[in-house]
Structures are given as structure tokens and as C-alpha cells.
Design a binder for this molecule. Sequence first.
Ligand code: ANZ
Length: 951
Amino acid sequence: MQYSPTSIESRWKLYWAKNEVYKTDNHSDKPKYYVLDMFPYPSGAGLHVGHPLGYIASDIYARYKRLKGFNVLHPMGYDAFGLPAEQYAIQTGVHPAVSIAENIGRYRAQLDNIGFSYDWTRSVNTSDPKYYKWTQWIFLQLYDHYYNLSANKALPINELVKDFETFGNTNVSAVHTQDILFSADEWKSYSDIEQQRILMNYRLAYRKVSYVNWCEALGTVLANDEVKDGLSERGGHPVEKRPMMQWSLRITAYAERLLNDLDRLDWSDALKAMQRNWIGKSVGAQVFFDVVNHPLKIEIFTTRPDTIFGATFMVLAPEHDLVDLITTSDMIESVKNYRDYVASRSERDRMAEVKEVTGVFTGAYTKHPFTEEHIPIWIGEYVLKDYGTGAIMAVPSDDDRDFAFAEKFRLPVIDVVDKTQNPGSSRQDKVGKMINSSFLNGMDVKEAIQYMFNLIEKEGIGTRRTNYKLRDANFSRQRYWGEPFPVLYDQNQLITILDESHLPVTLPEVKDFHPTSEGKSPLASAKFWVNEISGYERETDTMPGFAGSSWYFLRYMDPDNETAFASEEALHYWKDVDLYVGGTEHAVGHLMYSRFWHKFLFDLGKLPTDEPFKKLINQGMIQGVIANLYLQKEKLEGRHQFVCAQLVSDDTLDEYIKIAVHIDFVSDYGTPKSYLDIVAIENFIRWRPEFSNAIFKSSTGAFDASSSLGQPNSTFRIYLQSEVGKMSKRYFNVVNPDDVVARYGADCFRMYEMFLGPIEQSKPWDTKGIEGVQKFLKKFWSLFVEDDVFCVSDEKPTREELKILHQTIKKITDDIERFSFNTAVSAFMVCVNELKKLNCRKKEILEPLVRLLAPFAPFITEELWSQFNKGYSVHQSEFPICHQEYLMADTIEYPLSVNGKKRDLITLEAGLSNADIEKIVLENDQVLKWLSGQQPKKIIIVPGRMINIVV
Ligand code: ANZ
């Protein structure tokens, strides 16, 4: 029997599948444990070696927990709706369902290749109508509920309607968008359309006109987290703000619970901080300022009411409704121009730290509520329309942005906090004593803040108010490849919601996947589908990518259920995810939306827990080496690019464009940070023909690639440099796990990925060390097999061998519990080396060792285990237990005393009985000397510590 990973792997893959070794039952006496991976979007590119990093870690843990006697749920599925398949459909006409099915096939093969212990019978695909039926169902529940603040949970909208019918809404305590007060009679007098409009203010899924991120090139609206620096994350296309009627989810209703419940989660501090910042709670007050010569009031939001005597100007968001009403005639022109300028800027640009300070004066003034002084009202882009009240009192002495504004427009600054006692404190720090502030003078800042909150409410000039940065989530996309909404509109735009019996509303076939020119989804052109139900039109938007991924972890609990998203029994058995492993890129989007949906379903009484993911680990990224060619940007008479031969020093790199090249290209033609010669240039052009018209130039002359291919000329060289960065198709640095597995075996691949470093860290892929892991596996094999024969003996192990085994069991158990897999791999290496040195072939040592390694290297261990003829899989065995007694040293050095006085040191074998020790002691020369023939009265032995002879 030879160690051949390929044949071992194919045999056991079949065996596992045939014998359903990883199938998990919903009925078990064992305690449950749920290990979840963030499911992938099955892209055309397939998996690269970076993707399985987290999957391997979670698989080790799942296997470990199974061996520890848990009933482990460890599923995998596909987040299959989304843009790339649709873009591909637009380009090629291939239906997204077809390309996705193909990609899923490839992903499945790649995952199987790595030996994951998923229960594939539970797999989900979010684009499968059997799955999205329930995504649509959850949407209907959101539509049918509102958030009641007294109950602090979601309640049926019908109950709210009943309240409206009996009391109006004056006493309703519910999260809502707009304040419109009405009595019961007024409510009853409203038309259906009016009532619908009012209820939209309360529903958890609702429609409103909102400014959305419109991306012309992609023809769709993007979520905030899909936009980076004013460009679409996918494709880097410009994004502008546009008003559109959209579905939204009222996640803001859950802001406080999403914030508070973070404390209960076993997540990293960094991740929790990201969620806290995203929610962005701030406690402040709304204060009203009268507008001079107007019956109007400006409502501002401030967290620093203590600084009110330092407010020297007001700033409104340029889009603020009052701007038109207060702007004086001489300022209309400049205000209009400024507003046009701001409309072209993204929210992110406006918030950016380093930027030019901009703004204009409206010509109007407010009256300070305490000093009655007149304060000029400006508009400025740094004040955002959608935060707080969209208006601020500016206090340049204590706020950096206000200060920059005051400096630029020469507005006065009044110091109101004496910071002299707190050297080094910044403008924003809330430390010091109040000055120039009338009745606040002498108070500490924190004291003054509280004093002002009370005073503002007492004087009736404002109210305390908590604000969140969190925004309701846009829930509409103008795309084909997403869940259709179960929503109909009649001629009056009155909404009818399809009930559960009409679900799923499936995607119709369309010929053209392009969004329509009015920015509607391709579904709008499927007229037969849109008008299928007479008298109504269907909603043609589809749901965003996060819809399907916000609850998939619940579906795995009961994936084939046709009458519910999962049975009550399954939900109560599995409860929540015990361990979730995934990338930090989902820190706010997916993880926030999933928590929101989970809490909502909990409010409905459907779930036994109100948080989905108890423990969460973010694996780092496996990076690639990006090799770049530098081509000079210069042009010759409108002709092509040059490639320069001169040495490029780091500070002249700006003049060059970088072109990522395949790493093989680099290693064949020179190492990074060197030059490529003419042969390399020719090969480069063969590989990237789009550069075949380039002129390659050196200090001595030019080389026209198109006409001179093949002419050797060693003076022409291309500059090369490398860096560590993302592994991505676009950098030509992708390593396919299939290739690594084919060469080294899946066990080696798994252990090598773990060996690369701590799981949370990012690290470059580098195959240098992989041979070390391969050697380890061969050595491990050779403990069991000599000259192709399995030769494990029944001989009793020595203390030393037992110690090596049990030390390793202890170390591996601790490491797995701490998710420290790289140190575990090293510990295995040390253990095997030591046993090899002792030439240990004993079953009592090697059999537990196989079970210990099984989570890490499932194939080789299964093969060796089969030689012990147990009749079941090693993955259905038990994890070995460390016995403390074997951990002790082999020998112990005892101080030997006579009548309490130390007379000698003796070294004894560990584990001797007291009788054995007495016998040895009484033969000791020193003892014999001190006894001088007498019999000892007593021999006191403290095991492992000391021996005393009383004479
Ligand atoms: C006066 C003041 C004095 C403020 C001072 C700060 C420091 P957080 O903590 O982030 O909630 N603000 C309010 N609404 C704004 C908007 N729509 N756009 C831009 N800025 C806005 O910040 C609250 C503070 O941010 C508020 O308190 C307000 O400025 C500003 F020494 O009021 B402050």
C-alpha cells in the first residue's frame, strides 16, 4: 500500500457520498452545533485558493465537533442571484439560470475536491423558485407589519389600522417616516389611496420616493455599500443621485436593538465597532431658531447644546426645504448655482475629510434663542440633508468643520470652552470649563451639556433626540436576475399584495436582458407577464442581492419544506448558528440585514432566538503576487503607447501605467523588479496582442513591435515590479485549488492553507512551504506502512510514547478550541518527528493519532483508519482524550531529607508507588550513612515533591 493521494481521495469521496457519512438529522439525542460558511456567489471564474481558507477552518471545526459527540449542521449553498450572471446574459444571451447552473456545477466539483464535510442534501440556491418563494413570503410579512415602540417589536399592520379606526394616530407610538396627525374620523374619511399612503409611513417594507444611487452604465440603482468613491464597486462606473419610487426596508426601526444586542455576541471588537459606527447612534437635542422677518423656525440637531453661545452662523443642507423660502432676492442666483454644483456630488465626496470648503450665504438670519443676536444662515455641502434635521448651528470654536468654514468665509469665532487646563486637547474633545456663555460659565462641559438638555426642554425651545446614521435599506433593483416582488398595482396605483397561495411569483422568460431605457428592469418588457392578471400590473423591480442571503441559514435547517420557510421543530432544534466563518467585506451589509430579518422573524414568534450568529470569525484574505509591467504614458503623434527602457525609479512611477502580467510570464522572462529583454517583449505581445502596435523605445532607438517581431535587439527592455495584493483574474495571479490538489493532494492543500498563518490574518499565497507539509504527510504515512505493508503492532507503548501522544492531543484540542490551526499543524509535525525517531509503530499510539488528525486531513486518515477494520468511518469515531497522567515528566528529582534536613537529591522514575520509593530510598548510600544501622521511625513521601526520613 502506497501513499497516493489521488486514488485515496477518489475512493473515499465515493464512500462518503454512498454512505451519507456527513448527512445530518434533525432528530438526535446529541447536543446540536451549527457551523456555517458564508455561501459563495457562483461566479464564472470558479474558486481560487483564497476562497477555501475559511471553509477549511470551519470544516476542521465541524469535523472536530462531530467527533466530540455533537450533532453538527454544516451546510453549503449558493447565493445565486446577482449582477455578473445578468451582465453575462446581456453580453452573450445565455440565460442567467443556465450560466449559474454551470457555475454551480464547477463550484461543487471544486469544493468536493477539497474534502469538505458538507451535508449536500441541505444545499440551497437562492435563485431556485422553491427557495425564493420564502424570500417573497418574508417580504410580505415585512409589508404586513409595523414597529410598535411600546411593545418594542413588530406587530401586524391590521392592529395599527384598528387603532387608527378607533383613536386616530395621536397616541400611536410607532416608528414612522412622516408626522401626519389625524383623528379616527379623519382616518375613516380618507380614500383607499390616502390610507395606503399613510400606512406606507409605518410598514416595515414600504415604498417611497428616494434619492438613489443611479448608475447609468449598469442601468440600475445601487445600494450605498455597492458604491465606492462615487463609482460603482462593480465595474467602477460613475454613480449619480436620482429620485425614484422604490421599495425600502425599515431597518432603522431595529437600530437600537441591533446596537444593544452586539454586546451579547462573540464577535471581534473590530467587527462590532464597524456595526456600531454604521448604526451611528448619537444623543443630542433638536433646537428651534426663529428666522428673522419670517414666521419660520429652523430646526437644528446638535450633540453639543453647551456650545450654543458660540454659535456664530447656521448652515443648512443645500437641499433643505427652507432654502427657497428664506433666500433673499440678491442671493437667489448664487444659491441656485451652488445647489447645481452640490447636486453633482456624491454623499461620500461631501463627507470626505480633505476637501475644499464650499458654501454660500442665503441673505437670511436667525435669532439666537438666548442672546437674541442675529446669526447669518448659510448653505454648505458638508451639512447632509438626510442626517439629523439637515441643519446645524455652527460653532467654529469647537468643531473642526465649522472652524474651516468660518476661516474660509471670515465668520466670527467665539471661544466658549476654556481648554487651557487640558493642553493637547483638540477642538472636538469635550473637556474644559465653559466661558463666554452667560449662565453656563464655570461649568464643566459634560455638566453644561446635561444642564442645557434640561433647559431646552423646560424653555420649550427644543427636545432631546437620538439620531442614527443608519438609513432604511433600499430594496428595489431595476434588474432581471433577482426575486420578483409579489406585488400588483391597479389603474390607480393602489397596491394589492399577492397572498401566500400565489407564491412563488416566478421570473418570466425574457428575450432581452437589458434594462429598459426609462431605467425600468427588463421585466417591464415582458408585457404578457406584467399584465397577466387582468386589471393589474405587476411590480417590475426585483429584490436586491441581500434579500436571499438575509435568511439562508434558516433554510438549511429544513431545506425541502414546502409549507413553511422551515418547520417550527427544525427551527427550535437548531436555533441559531454557533459558529459563522466569513470575510470582513460583509461586516455591515449582509451581517446587518441578516440580524434585522432574524429579529423580525423572532418578533413574529417564528424563531426561538433573536440573534442569528453567536460566534463569528473573519478569515483573512489569501493574497496574490501582482507582477506589473510599467508602460510609459507618452504618445507619439497620436500613435500608440511607448514602453520605456530607461530605469524607472520609484519616484517617476507616476508617469507610467501599470499592466498586471501573469506570474509565469514574469518567472520565465525575468524576476520582478528587473528588466525584460527583447524576447520577453515579443512574448509579451504574443500574450497581449492589444499591445502589438506599441512602440518600444530605449535611449538608443525605437522598436516597432508590429513590424519587428522576432528581431533580436537586446537593448530594449521593459521594467517590471511586483507587489502583494488581491488574488483576482484581473491581475492574472489566480491559483486554482484544483491544480494544487492534483499535485499535492487535498489533505496537503488543506493543511498547507492552515499552516500559512493565523486564520484571521491576510497572507500571500506562496507554495514554498507546501513541500514541507507534503513531507509531513508522507512521514505520517510511514509510521503505519513499511515497504508497502501496513505494520502497526499491538506492542504496549512506553511512557515516552504515551507522553508524546497525549501532549499532542492536549495541544491540538486547545488549538482547535482557539481556532489556532497553524500552530496545530506545527504540533502534528513535531509529534510525527518524535514518534519517527522512536520508530513507534504501536496501535495504542497510532490509532488515536489518526482520529486526532482526521479533521485536518480527512482522506489519509480515513485510509489508514480502514486498516484497523472498525467497520465505520474515522469521521464517525471519537476525538481522542488527553489523559493528564501521561503528561507528567518521565523522571522526578526528589530532595531527600533526614529529620527535615536535605541530605541528597535522587532521580526516580515517575509513577512509582510509595512502597517502591521506600525500597529505593532505604538502599541509598546517604540514607544508610545517616541511619547508621537504625530503623527509620517514619518515611514521609509527598509524590512528585519530597521525601523525608524521620529517625
Ligand atoms: C453644534 C456643535 C458644536 C456640534 C460642537 C458639534 C460640535 P454626530 O455625533 O455625528 O451625531 N450635524 C448635525 N446634523 C448634521 C448634518 N445633517 N450634517 C452635518 N453635520 C451635522 O454629530 C452631531 C453633530 O454634527 C451636531 O452637533 C452638529 O454639529 C453636526 F462643538 O452642533 B453640532
